[in-house]
Design a binder for this molecule. Structure first.
Ligand SMILES: [Zn+2]
Length: 127
């Protein structure tokens, strides 16, 4: 097994190591967690992260390429970025937990199919 290459802007969906691509913006507070499979079917599996990011920027109020926006003295540009560029550990896990075999999103597993056996503490009505 080769060590994982951290994704960069030129990484294609095909080579992206995780199932969720996380888009964020510094200014407009838009955020999107897109499933890799969905992006691949919409854009094609050879689409690079850079292209996806520019598609995300185009829907931003701060899109610098939007012709409807007049240049402003203090104009801001969209601060869109991908959270996972340059990352080598799986997303959604703090680094300290990355070594665990925890499956993210396993809410159902955590709750289990029943409560563990044990004494039930319950107040029974008084006399
Ligand atoms: Zn933005």
């Amino acid at each position: 097994m080769t060590p994982m290459e951290p994704p960069n802007e030129d990484t294609s969906l095909l080579d992206f190591p995780w199932v969720i691509v996380r888009f964020r913006c510094h200014f407009c507070r838009r955020r999107k967690d897109a499933r890799l499979a969905g992006l691949a079917s919409d854009f094609g599996e050879h689409t690079t992260l850079k292209l996806l990011l520019s598609a995300f920027v185009r829907r931003c109020a701060w899109d610098p390429t939007n012709p409807a926006r007049k240049p402003q003295k203090y104009g801001r540009k969209c601060g869109a970025y991908l959270m996972d560029i340059g990352r080598t550990s799986p997303p959604d896990l703090p680094p300290s937990m990355a070594g665990l075999t925890l499956i993210e999103g396993g809410k159902d597993d955590q709750l289990g199919t029943g409560s563990p056996p044990g004494p039930k503490r319950r107040r029974v009505g008084g006399s």
